[in-house]
Design a protein around this ligand. Structure first.
Ligand code: ZN
Length: 296
């Protein structure tokens, strides 16, 4: 416990509160309540837990116990120091049309099973990273993002939340023209341009998040609110998505699921609106944290 006597008690990491997990300089960290200080996982665990985020996801219960018992002053960070909280995710799933009002605004029928696409991992962006806008049809989609803990196959719906390590907010940035360039549409490439997958800034432990089935996400573009939705409006909720995906593919530690966007995307507006260099997108998971992305 470094310098314990010289620091104000409220600056110490003293758990009994929700585990918050982040990644700074590629290393796993415990994030202090205000998000302004972090504690290195490998250091504070005396090497029993690795600095590798994927290793932490595979050992999430041990990480939680570490957080419950550790007392540490941590080091100061600024928002731009955070990487995405699963920066080397091996699989990133997106769920389309998962809010009724958004399905209606796109003119698409309500799906009868989760409409699933891929965001390729090379599109992962930091929570405060810039979004390169290189096309005229770049659009916003604020979403609740969940990151998988242990993972596995054939996870039953009743255990769906237990398979989730933590939650955060993200932007499923989308090139609408590319997304619909073919018939039938193939979303994957239109969702995977450089910088199109910012999320974070850190994860809140799903295990201890009291209102995890009723979380509010919203986003503003240049301080004008464009989207707001609550996850109790999801057509397929998080446990249903986890059960569905794991019935087909193995979910791996650190996998990322973008759970769908509420209504208010730019492409569905009359007239349509799209992102341009200079725009600022702020995405918020209410009661948790926000991310900010500048379009360049
Ligand atoms: Zn989306």
């Amino acid at each position: 416990m470094p310098n314990g006597d010289t620091l104000a008690f409220e600056n110490m990491l003293t758990y009994g509160m929700n585990l918050q997990f982040g990644v700074v300089d590629g290393r796993a960290v415990l994030v202090h309540p205000q998000g302004d200080r972090v504690t290195d996982v490998e250091r504070v665990s005396d090497g029993t837990l690795s600095s590798d985020p994927l290793d932490c996801f595979a050992n999430w219960a041990r990480l939680r116990r570490l957080a419950e018992t550790c007392v540490d002053a941590g080091t100061t960070v600024s928002p731009s120091d955070f990487d995405a909280p699963s920066p080397r995710a091996r699989q990133i799933f997106g769920i389309g049309l998962n809010y009724r009002a958004h399905a209606v605004e796109t003119g698409a029928p309500i799906p009868d099973s989760p409409l699933t696409f891929t965001k390729f991992s090379s599109s992962i962006n930091a929570p405060f990273g810039d979004i390169p806008v290189t096309v005229p049809t770049c659009d916003w989609e604020v979403e609740l993002v969940v990151v998988i803990g242990n993972g596995g196959r054939d996870i039953v719906k009743e255990n769906g939340w237990q398979a989730v390590a933590g939650v955060c907010v993200g932007q499923d940035v989308s090139d609408r023209l590319l997304q619909r360039a073919t018939q039938p549409p193939q979303f994957n490439l239109g969702k995977s341009r450089r910088g199109y997958t910012p999320f974070g800034p850190w994860l809140v432990d799903a295990h201890t998040l009291a209102n995890r089935d009723n979380l509010t996400v919203s986003c503003t573009v240049n301080d004008v609110e464009k989207q707001r939705g609550s996850t109790d409006d999801l057509i397929f909720d998080v446990p249903t998505i986890v059960a569905y995906l794991s019935s087909i593919v193995e979910l791996l530690p650190g996998d990322v699921i973008f759970t769908g966007t509420p209504s208010g995307v730019g492409g569905a507006r009359k007239p349509p609106e799209f992102l341009q260099p200079g725009d600022v997108v702020v995405s918020t998971l209410h009661g948790v944290a926000s991310i900010t992305n500048h379009c360049v």
